[in-house]
Design a protein around this ligand. Structure first.
Ligand code: GLC
Length: 560
């Protein structure tokens, strides 16, 4: 299927070096690279794998343990690469398989692990299987690998059921049959260019186990599983009925999400992964109604980690944060999986902008808000997150304190959800703007040929160059926090914390020899100093045995 030839398997010694400590992932800090927007090596305005490879030393110096790459496979880019036409090929706009091989090897040489994104819920409509299914017409066995159905209504003119696409509009599209007549419909939970696979068909499972092996043989250290909760649909594809799908999403088990049948898929995948040396992992993108249901995905014979979207969706509020932290730890403990924490990714408004706006607005925000406030809170939220037991996910650019770009002109937007409207809001381009590396230059060091989404005029001041060496910069805060986690592995380890008494709106907890206090209120608070200050997100004042934290500030102390 692949047009590119296979790179040689990665050097086993390099993999072995990187895999020195078992269970590395339990307390790992994993950095998400969005390849389009990280670094452009060939001046076409679009990031690429060679750009990522050239910047690996930056990531090593930042202090992360692993890099998760969003999809770089052959794709028509109807959903920025989450529509895959060939799972074993690199899209020419990102490079080729040799570049992927070089990237994996270099990362391993620097002690970084590589996690790739796997998209098993749907393919691109340009995938060979789907194109042939269309061409062969109704009754073709290839149609059984997707969800093709006749329409309802007198002439089949109505969709087979009432499900809506997550991006808005019906979850079904009617095809024109090879003889030119309007024919069957196919299911796509996302864009029409992303037909859903039928996971009841054995060929689908066989193909994905083979794809896993392809990338494991290339030497990757793990997979982030896209829409991990979506693969299996309720039998008979039942109507939702008189329900508001948007309200139910994320709050209830849906006939197309979080069905118990998905777990069998992951049990099979786990046996494949476990055949390989090197402590490799799966992380699930599973939007479930509760963190308790998320825990099902990380039972001992399934996946290793799952994103904690309940945490990501929590406002900057001490009481709410404490509830979600406790629930997460309580849910993960019985299954023996580490908690994970995340504040930003390529699908939500960056947390510096979320926290700049009033609480309760959700994760898709279109207004800039109070930027200084947002940044102060983002820094405090990051230090809080990095003091929690478990693994943390960072999204490229958050270490620069980047805000979302809320004023992109409509004509440059590419998010398919934006064009389908009324679905997942569709403002995801704002967090995908290429990141600034240097103070000046055509795209602030992103590349020599501009950038596929325009960067704001002040982006140079937020660049890696501008922030490096400035002790007050957000970049240096991240570097210091990650260095402390490396120096004191117990900071990320373990599965519990001890809450300490604290004033209203303040979170205070102990983890071994560390104490973390986060003031989420709008006024300063004074607390007894438990030891020596290790790191702070803002200026604190210590007088005698007490320390005063300004509004929206987090402090780490060591009592050793
Ligand atoms: C996941 C991805 C998102 C994509 C969707 C469909 O949620 O994170 O970017 O649009 O899946 O693949």
């Amino acid at each position: 299927m692949s047009q590119q030839h296979l790179a040689a398997p990665a050097d086993e010694t390099a993999v072995a070096t990187v895999a020195q400590h078992r269970d590395w992932w339990r307390g790992a800090v994993i950095y998400q690279v969005y390849p389009r927007s990280f670094a452009d090596s060939n001046g076409d305005g679009m990031g690429d794998l060679e750009g990522v490879r050239a910047r690996l030393p930056y990531l090593r110096d930042l202090g992360v343990d692993a890099v998760w790459l969003s999809p770089f496979y052959a794709s028509p880019q109807a959903d920025a690469g989450y529509d895959v036409a060939d799972y074993r090929a690199v899209d020419p706009m990102f490079g080729n398989l040799l570049d992927a091989d070089a990237l994996i090897r270099d990362a391993h040489g620097l002690g970084l692990r590589i996690i790739v994104d796997l998209v098993p819920n749907h393919s691109s409509d340009q995938h060979e299987w789907f194109k042939r299914a269309l061409a062969e017409g109704p009754g073709s066995p290839l149609r059984e690998r997707y969800h093709f159905r006749p329409g309802k209504g007198k002439n089949g003119e109505l969709p087979p059921n009432d499900w809506e696409s997550i991006f808005g509009g019906p979850a079904w599209t009617r095809v024109t049959e090879p003889d030119g007549t309007p024919g069957e419909w196919y299911l796509h939970l996302f864009a029409p260019e992303q037909p859903d696979f039928n996971w009841e068909h054995p060929a689908v499972g066989d193909e994905f186990r083979s794809i896993l092996r392809f990338w494991l043989d290339m030497g990757v250290d793990g997979f982030r599983i896209d829409v991990a909760h979506g693969l299996v649909k309720a039998e008979g594809l039942p109507d939702l009925g008189d329900h508001d799908q948007l309200k139910l999403l994320g709050n209830d088990v849906m006939p197309f999400f979080d069905q118990d049948g998905v777990h069998e898929v992951y049990r099979q995948w786990r046996t494949v992964l476990d055949e390989y040396a090197g402590d490799r992992i799966f992380v699930a993108e599973a939007w479930t109604p509760t963190v308790e249901r998320t825990a099902h995905y990380v039972r001992p014979d399934e996946l290793h980690q799952a994103f904690n979207f309940q945490y990501l969706s929590t406002d900057w509020d001490a009481d709410e944060l404490r509830v979600v932290i406790d629930r997460t730890l309580d849910a993960m403990r019985p299954v023996g999986a580490p908690a994970t924490w995340v504040l930003s990714n390529h699908d939500v408004t960056r947390h510096a902008t979320r926290f700049a706006n009033p609480p309760g607005l959700g994760t898709q925000i279109r207004t800039e808000g109070d930027r200084a406030l947002g940044l102060r809170r983002a820094r405090a939220a990051t230090l809080l997150m990095l003091a929690l037991p478990g693994s943390a996910y960072l999204y490229q650019g958050e270490e620069l304190g980047l805000p979302d770009v809320v004023d992109l002109p409509d004509e440059v937007r590419q998010d398919p959800a934006y064009f389908r409207g009324a679905g997942q809001d569709g403002f995801r381009d704002g967090c995908r703007v290429p990141i600034p590396w240097t103070r000046t230059g055509s795209s602030y060091g992103f590349g020599t040929g501009g950038s596929w989404l325009p960067q704001p005029a002040n982006w140079g001041e937020l660049s890696v160059e501008a922030q490096t060496g400035d002790p007050h910069s957000t970049l240096e805060l991240y570097r210091a926090a990650l260095a402390a986690r490396r120096e004191h592995p117990s900071l990320g380890a373990g599965e519990s914390l001890e809450w300490l008494p604290a004033p209203d709106g303040v979170l205070s907890f102990r983890r071994g020899e560390f104490v973390c206090v986060a003031n989420t209120t709008t006024t300063p608070v004074t607390v007894p100093s438990p030891g020596r200050v290790l790191l702070t997100s803002g200026e604190v004042t210590t007088t005698g045995t007490e320390t005063t934290l300004p509004a929206d500030t987090t402090v780490w102390w060591t009592t050793a």
